[in-house]
Design a protein. Structure first.
Length: 324
């Protein structure tokens, strides 16, 4: 296991390097200029100011030359400033936006897993029943419906038509002065719609996998042996069948963590949630390359790390798997 981990970790460095080249090239070659927002949004911005900032930021050089400058600073922990927010890009992402995304994405993963596992087990135990057909239909809808469309429909129904929940943002300004209870309840109300939207695809996917995995397990010989011994059905399902059926879900959950972060771009944009996904969207539109690079490289690192963790977790849960 140790040698496997060392080999996988060593592969992370060249992989991140190639990813950074591709991302930087795509951002640099996209239409627009990083100084367009200043040039067209500030009447006092002169052509002399533009020429000075072009040389200051090295925009007069080819993108691959600028990339090496960026990489030299990045390996020292300096990812450059955000031209839009006037802060270091890393500080803006990790201190101001990442905590909000962790809250939203973490709750979405917990909700998706907490609903998918019991629902998948229930559908497998009551195969071809009304419950099974209903959950399967909802799963197909959850997989098929685009996240942004679902978010807009939820806003229209629960915010515009019914008025039960807020349409977006992090919370109501100034509500903290009314007490901790009112503040926490307001945060919960603002979280409900984006959490449901972000967790919908994962919930539907994991339920289908859990149902299929449970159907395979409950017909194995050791389950029939447990029933022949007279063990209670609850013990057979929870202690024997579920432990083996949940193995594929462990890999899916580990691989889904970075996907939830990247999928939060659409959800955070629809609900105006001030997280890392919304920061990526705004940075790309405003050509704020440093912010986009920090956020996209962080998501890339998450994908690589959680792929390794998925392999390790699978080996720890299933003793039949050995990497050495």
């Amino acid at each position: 296991m140790l040698s496997f981990l060392v080999r996988r970790l060593l592969l992370v460095i060249p992989t991140l390097f190639l990813i950074s080249v591709v991302i930087y090239a795509l951002l640099a070659l996209k239409p627009g200029d990083p100084l367009d927002e200043l040039r067209f949004g500030n009447p006092g911005f002169t052509h002399a100011d533009y020429e000075r900032l072009v040389k200051l930021y090295g925009l007069d050089k080819p993108w691959y030359v600028r990339y090496w400058y960026w990489l030299g600073r990045a390996v020292r922990g300096d990812f450059g400033p955000s031209r839009r927010y006037g802060l270091p890009a890393a500080e803006f992402i990790f201190r101001q936006r990442l905590p909000n995304t962790l809250l939203l994405s973490g709750l979405a993963l917990v909700v998706a897993f907490g609903v998918a596992v019991p629902a998948g087990v229930l559908c497998a135990l009551r195969r071809h029943s009304f419950v099974d057909y209903t959950v399967t239909t909802l799963n197909f809808l959850g997989i098929s419906v685009p996240v942004f469309w679902l978010g807009i429909m939820l806003i229209y129904l629960f915010s515009v038509r019914l008025g039960w929940l807020p349409a977006g943002s992090l919370g109501t300004p100034g509500l903290a002065a009314q007490g901790l209870g009112a503040y926490l309840w307001d945060r919960v109300r603002h979280l409900i719609l984006p959490v449901v939207t972000l967790s919908s695809i994962q919930m539907a996917t994991w339920t289908r996998f859990m149902r299929s995995s449970m159907l395979e397990v409950i017909h194995d010989e050791y389950i029939r042996t447990a029933r022949a011994k007279g063990l209670p059905e609850r013990t057979i399902v929870l202690k024997h069948a579920l432990r083996n059926a949940v193995l594929p879900i462990i890999t899916l959950v580990a691989l889904a963590v970075p996907g939830v972060f990247s999928g939060a771009v659409l959800t955070e944009t629809v609900f105006n949630w001030p997280g890392m996904g919304r920061a990526i969207y705004d940075a790309i539109l405003a050509n704020d390359f440093n912010v986009a690079m920090v956020a996209l490289m962080f998501i890339s690192l998450l994908i690589l790390v959680f792929n390794i963790l998925a392999d390790v977790a699978y080996a720890l849960v299933d003793p039949r798997i050995r990497y050495d």
